[in-house]
Design a protein. Structure first.
Lengths: 245, 491, 216
């Protein structure tokens, strides 16, 4: 199986550690990972902000870059959702029929990281050890977009020595929403305040999720409030082997 | 799209959503009221929908019935007209708000009456019927408790089902004590703020109006094409009063409210009460077919309203919004609505459904900020009993809003310029790598201890409440090139 | 052009994507939902009684022989004395000086002066705890069960449908129908339900069940 990592432009720039963690986990499970250098962005920001025509070259680039892989794995539920939900629509509405065909062919092979581990590799134990108190925020794209369900939690539960605690009002949105956090900054901040309160109430040292975008938002709020709670992509927890023999 | 000022729907002069939301968010009383009300109803809705293990099948069926209806709307409207006429009713067609108002006013005038009682109706709210009747010297009495609260307070509705959701019991008590006497029976002295006491005051206030008024105006939840049966779903009995006691009944309904057959209601009557008030069944549902000898109103008029619905129907993505059965489940689960309330949407249709319906009814250029009033979190789509994919329509309307702005201006907006530049960078791994290097250098200049506290320009709204991590020294692609590429080459 | 023609023309123009030869039946409507949510082995009459009671209405089960006594006991318990009655009410009423019966036709002021009404029903719905009136025999006009503040409704067990689909199939939509689920109520204050607004604030339901009390 040829596995490609789609790091996403945001993780590539801001959270390279997440990409390294995905590579660590997959290699630990005995799989080689490739990183096609021609990859860039799924187009989510442009699409969600209303700039559809600008998105089409990015859809075409994605289809071209990953065409030859058996599986494309990405540590971002929202980017996986963008590709699965919207690349076919964009290709159909704005692209040539050849692109439409290629996108339809590729999309079923694109997996969010926890989907790939549980559904394709059929594992929930990736051999991690992480002796910390952790809470998990199901991001909107994980929960209602991709319907990851309990996949992330099944993976986290097998991590050795982890103290997994519940997050109050876990299923409500953190208020990020991409450009929403800029265009409607005050409303976004009001949602964020409730989310950070939930994180503090959980008593966790670390908040994890399947999307670094939401984590940057919640983590940015926690940091501004002077909280010591840290945020980590769940891939980084699955990659951890703290103190393991 | 031309001038849609004659359609009502939006309140003229309303600020954009972000501006209106900003002031609403400062009202801590409002936020408290909304949070309590929406969390109460969410729990109830989840409990009663979970009782039905075929909830998803009911949603699928409802969506399909609505799809069938909208794809063959002409057929069903003509059939409805025939059925209602055959049963003794009269059908009128209104292309827009102005025409609907004119029709209703003339029908009331023809009875010689100067007062009408009203059952809560979104369609008449949309067309501004009460204001129009007032200009014609006709007083319309709202009889739904929440509509009464809005009317007494000269307020605006802020929720589809519970238009006074922005007010708590104490505020309602004060309003009743101050205003009821100006409209009819005063509130009793020493009125308390228990909901049961407030409901009792509303009963006494409206009793005489119900028993003596000769003309009623209603909306409709459903109208059945094959039988001509019109259905109103309600709780208080004010609907039954209006639909039963007056001699003339005028019902105003959007053309999308028609359903093909009587048996199709078996789906909607299971979904609607559970989704709206979180009950297995609402207290009262009235169904009538034309006029009935010696029973109820002897004159029945059905006004079929377009007012932008055919424009909505023309949009193959947006038309699904016409399936809405006005349950308001999407409002109650929406994290944005919960914080801002309904007034911020500047429309009689607030919340997620309003954000997709309003721009389509009045033209996206007249409500351009609404499609952006969402994080696309998807809670509305999950809650919708007729499976309207609200996030999909929002994203679709965002593209229309951007296009409308582009078409209206000779120079591109700053946002469009930035998006174009970003698209160019993001379509090139080389430019992206260069931008990453620049961001890394620039970010570290701005950062203190790895955190950026102030961001420039339009990003300040973000940085007012959030720190931003400084971009790392090395992007992932750089790390890969240094550490992994050789490794792969060896294989 | 009339507005009727204008609107229908706009609908046609809006639906250019719908193939000209497509008929309504060509649009599939899946019906995978249950016809009934009564569980196998569950007694729909008992479920009906439970669900009506959930709305804070009072429910009594009796057999035919006990009906008159059950009516008397229920009315006595409520303290209602002046009662509206549909014409030709086919149930033996308790003979007592405690009640005054006022038979239709009754105008609105006359109804308003009474304490309550007593009627039969056209159907019941077990899962939702609903009674349905269609102005048929023993039910009277709609105003009869609306204007007075108290309603006592007598439902026969065999009239109780399992669920909404079965109930709608039993009803004639060309008659004026009223679906009643508990006393009048509102959720308009803080989205919390309170009973008692414009319709009857008290609802009592008597179920006439030949199997009650349980026969050996």
């Amino acid at each position: 199986m040829r596995i490609a990592l789609f790091i996403t432009c945001f993780n590539d720039t801001m959270f390279p550690g997440t990409g390294r963690a995905v590579v660590t986990v997959l290699e630990r499970l005995g799989h080689a990972v490739e990183f096609p250098q021609e990859q860039t962005c799924c187009g989510q920001m442009h699409f969600n902000t209303g700039y559809r025509p600008d998105t089409v070259p990015l859809v075409a680039r994605f289809a071209r870059t990953f065409a030859d892989y058996d599986a494309v794995v990405t540590p971002s539920a929202s980017c996986a959702g963008m590709i699965r939900e919207n690349h076919p629509v964009l290709a159909q509405d704005h692209g040539p029929s050849e692109l439409h065909r290629r996108v339809d062919d590729l999309v079923p092979r694109v997996y969010e990281f926890t989907e790939f581990l549980t559904d394709v590799l059929g594992t929930t134990d990736v051999g991690a050890r992480f002796p910390h108190r952790v809470t998990y925020h199901p991001t909107c794209h994980s929960l209602r977009g991709l319907r990851l369900g309990d996949r992330p939690l099944r993976l986290l539960r097998t991590v050795q020595d982890i103290d997994l605690v519940g997050l109050p009002s876990a299923d409500s949105c953190c208020g990020f929403g991409g450009t929403f956090a800029v265009k409607n900054a005050e409303t976004s901040s009001a949602m964020l305040a409730d989310k950070t309160q939930g994180v503090l109430d959980s008593g966790a040292e670390i908040l994890c999720a399947a999307d670094n975008s939401c984590l940057m938002h919640i983590g940015g709020g926690l940091s501004r409030q002077g909280s010591t709670v840290r945020t980590m992509h769940l891939a980084e927890i699955l990659a951890a082997a703290e103190g393991a023999a | 799209m031309s001038n849609h000022g004659d359609r009502g729907v939006v309140w003229l002069g309303s600020p954009t959503f972000p501006e209106a939301a900003r002031s609403a968010l400062k009202n801590t009383q409002l936020r408290g009221n909304l949070k309590r009300a929406t969390s109460t109803i969410r729990d109830k809705r989840l409990a009663v929908s979970a009782e039905l293990d075929d909830w998803e099948a009911l949603r699928e069926s409802a969506a399909a019935i609505k799809r069938r209806t909208s794809r063959h709307l002409e057929h069903y409207l003509v059939q409805l007209e025939q059925s209602v006429t055959a049963a003794g009713g009269t059908v009128h067609w209104a292309a827009d708000a102005a025409e609907a108002n004119r029709i209703v006013t003339e029908l009331v005038r023809a009875t010689g009456e100067r007062e009408v009682v009203k059952v809560k109706s979104m369609a008449t709210q949309e067309i501004g019927l009460n204001e129009h009747l007032a200009e014609a010297g006709i007083t319309a009495y709202e009889t739904d408790l929440a509509e009464l609260i809005v009317q007494l307070g000269a307020d605006r509705p802020s929720h589809i089902l519970v238009p006074a959701i922005h007010k708590n019991r104490t505020e309602i008590r004060d309003l009743f004590a101050a205003e009821m006497g100006n409209w009819g029976q005063s509130a009793p002295d020493g009125l308390g703020d228990e909901p049961a006491e407030l409901a009792e005051a509303a009963r006494r206030h409206l009793r005489e109006k119900f028993l003596t008024t000769k003309v009623a105006v209603s909306g409709a939840n459903f109208a059945v094409a094959d039988t001509g049966t019109v259905v109103v779903v309600e709780s208080e009995g004010n609907g039954r009063m209006c639909l039963t006691l007056p001699s003339t009944l005028i019902t105003v309904m959007g053309i999308e409210k028609v359903v093909p057959t009587w048996s199709d209601l078996e789906v909607f009557l299971q979904l609607l009460p559970r989704s709206s008030t979180g009950e297995r069944m609402n207290p009262y549902t009235s169904a009538w077919t034309g006029t009935h000898d010696g029973e109820g109103p002897q004159e029945f008029h059905l006004v079929l309203l377009d007012n932008g619905r055919t424009d909505t129907l023309a949009d193959t993505v947006g038309r699904q919004a016409l399936a809405c059965i006005r349950c308001s489940a999407c409002l109650n689960v929406c994290p944005v609505f919960e914080r801002t309330g309904g007034h911020a949407y500047g429309s009689v249709y607030p919340g997620p459904i309003g954000a997709v319906l309003t721009p389509q009814l009045v033209g996206v250029e007249n409500a351009a900020s609404l499609p952006f009033a969402s994080t696309l979190c998807g809670a509305c789509y999950d809650a919708c009993p007729v499976k309207i994919n609200i996030p999909e329509v929002l994203a679709h309307l965002r593209a229309e809003a951007v296009e409308a702005k582009r078409a209206a201006k000779r120079l591109p907006t700053a946002e469009a310029v930035a998006m174009k530049a970003a698209a160019t960078v993001l379509d090139s791994p080389q430019l992206l790598a260069a931008a990453q290097k620049a961001a890394s250098v620039g970010g570290r200049v701005l950062a203190r201890r790895g955190r950026i506290r102030r961001l420039p320009g339009p990003l300040h709204g973000w940085s007012d409440t959030r720190d931003t991590p400084a971009p790392p020294a090395e992007s992932f692609r750089t790390w890969w090139r240094k550490n992994k590429e050789g490794e792969q080459g060896e294989r | 052009m009339s507005s009727r023609e204008a609107i229908l023309g706009r609908i046609r123009a809006a639906l250019v994507d719908v193939p000209a030869d497509e008929t309504p039946d060509d649009v599939p409507v899946p019906r995978a939902y249950r016809r009934s949510h009564v569980e196998p082995g569950q007694d729909p009459v008992a479920l009906f009684a439970e669900r009506v009671a959930d709305y804070r209405a009072t429910v009594t089960r009796t057999d035919q022989a006990g009906l008159t006594d059950a009516i008397a006991a229920t009315l006595f318990g409520r303290g209602v004395r002046q009662l509206a009655l549909p014409g030709a009410f086919p149930v033996a009423l308790p003979a007592s000086a405690s009640w005054e019966w006022h038979t239709e036709p009754l105008d609105i002021p006359a109804l308003d002066a009474l304490d309550g009404s007593i009627t039969l029903a056209a159907a019941g719905i077990a899962v939702t705890g609903t009674i349905v009136l269609d102005t048929g025999p023993g039910q009277g006009r709609r105003a009869l069960t609306l204007v007075p503040d108290y309603h006592l409704c007598v439902v026969r067990a065999e009239q109780i449908a399992d669920d909404v689909p079965d109930a709608l199939a039993r009803l004639d939509p060309t008659r004026p129908l009223t679906f009643i689920s508990g006393p009048s109520a509102t959720s308009d204050i803080e989205l919390d339900r309170v009973e008692g607004v414009h319709g009857p604030r008290t609802l009592d339901v008597i179920i006439v069940d030949p199997n009650h009390p349980e026969k050996p």
